[in-house]
Design a protein around this ligand. Sequence first.
Ligand code: SAM
Ligand code: FES
Length: 357
Amino acid sequence: MDSKSKDLLEKLKNEHSLDIKDYEYLLTNRDENLMDLAASYAREFQQKYYGNKVFIRGLIEFTNFCKNDCLYCGIRRSNQKCERYRLSKDTIIACAKEGYDLGFRTIVLQGGEDYTYTDEMLCDIISEIKSAHEDMVVTLSIGERSKESYKKYYDAGARRYLLRHETANPKLYARLHPKEMSWQNRMDCLKNLKAIGYQTGAGFMVQSPGQTDYDLAMDLKFIEEFKPDMCGIGSFISHKDTPFAKEKSGTLEVTLFCLSLIRLIYPQVLLPATTALGTIHPKGREMGILAGANVVMPNLSPTNVRKMYSLYDNKICTGDEAAECINCLKQRIASVGYEVVTAPGDRVGHCFSSERH
Ligand code: SAM
Ligand code: FES
């Protein structure tokens, strides 16, 4: 670790802000000592705001149909080899109930951009889940929709929304997505979600094809400025049936380093140790917690559809029942000295304008 890196890390710890060039310097000059120091500072903030608690959110992947064609994604519309499924309203509600009975107080309804689920259907699903389980927080992760639609879901009871910005560099965005997809629109969606009052999650892929340290530095600066309540990051992992099949997947080290830097940028942020992290290394999620993450998202989707939600190769947890997934995660988290809690787990300092629904 050179003295400039050490000084920059101290500055980030104290001021929670750096210039893009300085983020780039840290990324380019990272070594084991720098990453260890960043992780230990990150754990100080994690302990200060969340103690040794790790929040759990149950993920229901309810459709793998998608109108989009993101070049990296295994469920992109052009992937003819992808076997498609949609869960019915009753199945989604049954998954939410199973999650509730297992103790979950947050569920995430995630899917491709599938307009077969109209606003009306989605609102119906959200409000039925809310009327069955008043204290369950419903999170959506269904991509880009209009501000009016986002408002309808909010009024139906959804309170959180996850929409990764994918990359803060519009030029890189254009290399990762087909022409008809717009970086600006994604950014506008994020702003709309925040304006409506959602607890909003942004995030990015680490080491996506063509991404430079400067691009990653732009992502860190974006997180510093946008201050999402949650920040989902995961390494890019190639999928055999996409145009990026032959591209190199991201590394564990860079993702862990980014997690630590994000904790220093925004100490109270909710930071998941993602499935992608668990896929690139058998202990990836545990290491993510030790690097500063404080959320895990086990799968609550029915086992028979898990394999079909194949975003990238070798995705983990595609065979386990929901209860097995949770027990496995609890043990993993305990093995590094943390405790899984099922409470909704709002970001420290977050305040809903009205009572939580
Ligand atoms: N359709 C919604 C959306 O666009 O936000 C949610 C589903 S999308 C599959 C969820 C996330 O998966 C994306 O934001 C992207 O970052 C991630 N993802 C997709 N393909 C990936 C890959 N090959 N490697 C790593 N992450 C990937
Ligand atoms: Fe739509 Fe991946 S291309 S979810």
